[in-house]
Ligand binder design. Structure first.
Ligand code: HEM
Ligand SMILES: [Fe+2]
Length: 798
């Protein structure tokens, strides 16, 4: 049987991919950049205890962590990347200190020979790995300890409330600005950290993250890094730092490694090969396909009379719309902080609701409403598919609803309260701000949400179960739907694999298990299967065709998607094979996206298949938008930053939110809205919609999204890329570069796209509100449908 083969293919890909992902995870535990027991100087002074580094990581998390600036390129884009910023300024300080002692003048006044001597000394000082495995100490020179001390005072002034930097560190200040000018440029309020002790801990952590970026990874036993080069050149070869030489920083000779270049080129070629192969497969498929002509003459969904539990999902969709509104509002505030760091048109909002919090809420809410829309859709279609309403299903749906509300409100409050710096570090981990982008919520809330997801799964399984007992081919599609739903719940659990003081490199590995495996793995599967599901339910697609297509494309998505996780981990302290595998497999993710036009066109044609289908025109249009943004946002803008050589320079620049917005909103946001509309229609399918406002909303949302990135975020990102290649990553993220007039104008231009987008969201809200008040429906009803005749073959609703 054809399905059996497809299933074997699917499970083979999944199992083998996870073996690879897991194997290199284990390698990472072995080879992660070490957190030392102590940082000491060559003359025996203890600079920091290892415990201070770990506590400092917790302090950094408590102020919002990745939501305020970034570390190793992961996080927010307005404040600097602290690891790159520390590294660069520490180097500048050192060069000047040496120059003053050796030549009694600043480094900038040295002649070329003098500079070359010091540059060379700096490279050796910074790149040499002085971690002693036996004593677990990092040993640094007294000079470097003084540089670290200067950096500590620089950051203390910045994160506190100083008006001036200490005199001896003013010369390393970003753009020569004062602390308060920089706080404004970085969108961080005064006293982001109040307690000097906490500040000192965070300095220890920042030092360590910069040390990781510049320290060469030790050669593994038996590994010959440079056999040939050793014989030819006096200088030994060029080993890489723990971060594969990221960030671009001339002062410490951080430049793209051989692996970065080679695997980038190969990934392009592999992508082309994949596209060729898939095009061939589609051509074969097309020629074997039989026409699906027996489309139902009337809407089979009209036969649907919602069960009590289906009706109970209505409030989920209300909440979806409310959360979108809040999320978009917070997005506007967050974007505004990019041009006015301490307030909102003069209102000193940042004192109460700083950038780090609005950005946290903005990104968390995105996940919350998208998830809510999907969960509700699952709950809505499960009884419809099986025709079975289990006992207490409605109570379960209502209970889950309350639980989700508590999680949303509780976790958002926690992230705000955490940044107020009034919780202990342990409390903050459990209930406050974890500081890890997209999983910012406290551990307690994470666990709570995990329970909620399993509850959801349970509710769906019990409603769907009878459908499995019915004979027919629909089971395969159902099974894939269950696989995707189960995976969504199960993989959220990867988020509890890190603990409060887990090495950041390892925490990042698990964080991307959650984020990447969701969005580029099981969400894609869920999206494909749920849309196919609805179309088969409507009788527009044959179950056999849909099943084969879904099984095949799920396998393709996961083939690239699972190991593709590594594209987030090129530069986070992982060994080099991770980079190679990440580049190759994530390039394959783009293959099905490039060819998604086939699917989009088919869906578009469906809207014209029979007159009754026009009633679903707009939900289906949102599904077509899902395909469009899958191509543009995920495929093109994803691949823009994906090859290691691209991400080497672009990691943490505005090119990433170009992709983030167009992929996360473009694909899954559009799907969430499409599903919401679909279910709202299903809940009262006999009512005819007035769709004028929906049409405006659809186009405003899509054009708004396009404009937002095309005239603002993308140009900023590309100019930053240029700066990063020319001068180094630290510069692309500096106030020095970002506070120029041109950059400011480009950031202001966001308002055009953002406003259009907001108009679309208001339109949507207005429309949905009108379903309640009646202004979105007409008085005449959709023509009634005789159920018995036109049910899709596998629906035996009773
Ligand atoms: C619908 C599918 C996708 C969604 C929803 C999505 C979403 C995201 C999000 C939210 C981020 C983080 C943005 C930020 O930190 O501000 C991200 C980063 C990234 N994505 Fe995607 N993505 C998708 C598909 C893809 C594809 C197909 C590729 C390329 C093969 C890709 C490559 C990347 C890369 C290279 C990064 C940056 C790496 C990093 O900073 O760790 N993504 N994506
Ligand atoms: Fe990814």
């Amino acid at each position: 049987m054809q399905y059996k083969k497809l299933w074997i293919g699917f499970w083979t890909v999944v199992v083998l991919s996870f073996i690879v992902l897991g194997y290199y995870g284990a390698e990472l535990y072995r080879l992660a950049p070490p957190v030392p027991d102590e940082v000491v100087t060559t003359d025996g002074k203890v600079v920091w205890e290892g415990q201070q580094i770990l506590d400092g990581q917790n302090v950094w998390q408590s102020i919002g962590g990745q939501q305020l600036g970034s570390i190793w390129g992961h996080g927010a884009y307005v404040a600097p990347d602290w690891s790159a910023d520390w590294l660069h300024r520490e180097c500048v300080w050192l060069l000047n200190a040496w120059s003053e002692t050796e030549y009694s003048k600043p480094y900038s006044e040295l002649d070329a020979a003098g500079k070359a001597t010091l540059d060379d000394r700096l490279k050796r000082e910074m790149r040499t790995n002085t971690y002693n495995v036996d004593s677990k100490q990092i040993v640094i020179s007294p000079d470097r300890a003084r540089a670290a001390d200067a950096m500590s005072r620089y950051y203390a002034a910045l994160f506190g409330d100083a008006e001036e930097f200490p005199e001896d560190v003013q010369f390393i200040a970003d753009g020569g600005m004062t602390p308060s000018e920089l706080r404004s440029a970085y969108a961080m309020p005064k006293n982001t950290i109040r307690d000097p002790e906490r500040q000192e801990l965070m300095n220890a952590f920042f030092f360590w993250t910069a040390w990781v970026c510049t320290t060469e990874r030790p050669a593994e036993e038996g590994q010959v890094i440079s056999g040939a080069v050793d014989k030819l050149a006096a200088e030994p070869s060029a080993p890489v730092t723990y971060t594969n030489n990221w960030p671009a920083e001339r002062l410490v000779a951080n430049a793209p490694s051989g692996a970065v270049v080679v695997w980038s080129v190969l990934s392009f070629v592999l992508l082309l090969a994949g596209v060729g192969l898939l095009a061939w497969y589609y051509a074969v498929l097309k020629s074997n396909e039989e026409e699906h002509t027996d489309l139902p003459p009337r809407d089979p969904l009209l036969a649907l009379s919602p069960t009590p539990s289906m009706k109970a999902t209505l409030k989920y969709f209300w909440v979806v719309i409310a959360l979108i509104l809040v999320q978009v509002g917070l997005g506007a505030v967050t974007a505004h902080y990019g041009v006015e760091g301490e307030g909102f048109y003069g209102i000193p909002l940042a004192d109460y609701l700083p950038y780090s919090v609005t950005r946290t809420w903005h990104t968390q809410l995105a996940i919350f409403w998208i998830a809510t829309a999907w969960l509700a859709t699952g709950l809505f279609i499960a009884p419809a598919v099986s025709g079975h309403e289990p006992k207490f299903q409605r109570a379960g749906v209502n209970f889950l609803f309350v639980a989700l509300l508590v999680i949303v409100v509780g976790s958002l409050f926690g992230t705000w309260y955490g940044t107020r710096q009034q919780m202990g570090l342990t409390m903050n981990f459990w209930f406050g701000h974890q500081g890890y982008e997209y999983v910012d919520l406290g551990r307690f809330w994470q666990l709570f949400l995990l329970v909620g997801l399993f509850l959801w799964l349970g509710l769906m399984v019990r409603a769907l179960w009878p459908a499995f007992k019915q004979p027919g081919e629909h089971k395969h599609l159902l099974a894939m739907f269950l696989v995707a739903s189960t995976a969504i719940a199960v993989f959220y659990a990867s988020g509890i694999m890190w603990h409060r003081q887990t090495n950041l490199a390892i925490a990042e590995y698990w964080r991307w298990w959650v984020v990447h495996l969701w969005v580029e793995g099981f969400f894609e599967v869920f999206a494909t299967v749920v849309i196919a599901f609805l179309f088969t339910r409507m009788g527009l697609l044959k179950t056999t065709t849909a099943t084969a297509a879904v099984l095949f494309s799920s396998t393709i998505f996961l083939f690239g998607g699972i190991i593709g996780t590594f594209h987030h981990l090129y530069f986070t302290g992982t060994p080099t094979p991770v980079l190679a595998l990440g580049a190759m497999f994530s390039a394959l993710e783009v293959v099905p996206l490039v060819l998604i036009g086939f699917e989009a066109y088919e869906n578009l044609t469906l809207t014209r298949a029979k007159p009754w289908v026009t009633a679903y025109k707009w939900p289906i249009y949102f599904f077509v938008a899902v395909s469009f943004w899958n191509l543009v946002g995920a495929g093109l803008f994803g691949f823009l930053i994906n090859p290691p050589i691209a991400l080497y320079y672009m990691q943490g620049l505005n090119t990433t939110p170009v992709h983030g917005h167009t992929a996360l909103f473009g694909v899954y946001g559009m799907l969430g809205i499409g599903l919401t509309l679909f279910c709202l229609k299903g809940l009262a399918s006999h009512k005819r919609w007035k769709t004028g406002i929906l049409a405006i909303s659809f186009w405003a949302i899509n054009f708004g999204l396009a404009l937002m990135v095309l005239i603002s975020v993308l140009p900023v990102g590309l100019m930053q890329t240029w700066a990063s290649v020319e001068y180094g990553f630290w510069y692309a993220r500096s106030a020095d570069f970002l506070q120029t007039d041109l950059m400011d104008t480009l950031r202001w231009l966001r308002i055009v796209g953002d406003t259009l987008f907001a108009v679309g969201i208001f339109g949507l809200t207005w429309f949905v509100l009108g379903l309640k008040t009646g202004w979105s429906t007409t008085d005449d009803e959709e023509p009634l449908f005789e159920r018995a005749k036109q049910e899709p073959e596998w629906v035996t609703a009773t």
